[in-house]
Design a protein around this ligand. Sequence first.
Ligand code: NAD
Length: 322
Amino acid sequence: MKQLNIGVIGLGEIGQVHCEMLSRIERARLVCVADIDESIASTTAAQYNAESYTSYEDMLLHNDLGAVIVAVPDHLHKDPCLSAIAAGKHVLVEKPIAITIEESETIIQAADKAQVKLMVGFTLRFFPQYAHAKQTVIENGLGELVSIFARRTNLITQPDRINGRTGVMFFLGIHDFDAMRWIVNSEPVSIYCEASTSVASKYPIENETFSIIKFENGVIGCAHIGWYLPETHPTGFDFKLDVTGNKGILNLDMVHQGVAVYGPNGGHYAYMAEPLLAEDQSFVDAVLDNTDVPVTGHDGLVAVRMVLAALESIESKSTVRL
Ligand SMILES: NC(=O)c1ccc[n+]([C@@H]2O[C@H](COP(=O)([O-])OP(=O)(O)OC[C@H]3O[C@@H](n4cnc5c(N)ncnc54)[C@H](O)[C@@H]3O)[C@@H](O)[C@H]2O)c1
């Protein structure tokens, strides 16, 4: 059986999950990992029987490496992506593809020129619940679409975990902007966004936001994105999606997935999907079978445009056209 040799760059919260998922994919082999933190790199490498590097440039010289996953912080995506592409590796880059339009376009153009596959990690597309919403719309299960509402909120401590290095729109909102565009199957034409900094105000970034998005096909979207949940919240997240058509509605709730446990230590809600496994599997399949990646660099770029437009709208207090 042909296997894809993969390396992971950046071994923080999500990089660790990618390593775990790759170790469970039959046609993938995690051969090397890189992190500027030597102890994280060597511990992770030992756990997966992979080679450890503190420089991704050195890691890219690893023998027989076919592809990489880039999981460093948002503002650092460009350089490892470009180096990997220049070395002829296929790339799965975590969301956002980059934090500016210029950087996003540079990565996309480099991948096109080098003829390597470039996929962006929009994990929502791999949750069975969101895929079901997409499929319901494809099958015309709701009639003509009218509106779409998304909520994505995290714990109030999330900005501390990431040291306030990015705002809630790039960290969380971009997931829903992409999912909304994917499900309504139409391009965004304008965004109006209001933000509050009344919570987590230690960081001068947007952290409680409501965006109104108009799509080309007339659908109106509303996204409530924030990180204000108290630390005692049983799941640490509140993710919802409502899709309304002229013949029906779809309500998705990632908190109440049908299983709740109320024990001596409070409530516990099971997290019932392994979307990252499906995401990494689809990347491996696309590379080995030479098929299209399910989430393209262009998808990544449009989502970045949407986030930047929302941020501009917060500043200008007006609707921004895309
Ligand atoms: N798809 C999802 O659901 C999801 C979830 C969380 C994070 N993310 C994205 O994944 C990326 C990483 O986020 P995180 O929360 O895991 O961050 P993190 O801070 O937990 O980890 C980042 C890691 O990258 C390492 N690093 C930094 N510069 C490096 C370099 N030049 N070379 C090698 N390693 C380097 C750091 O030492 C750290 O270990 C971000 O872009 C984030 O938006 C996606």
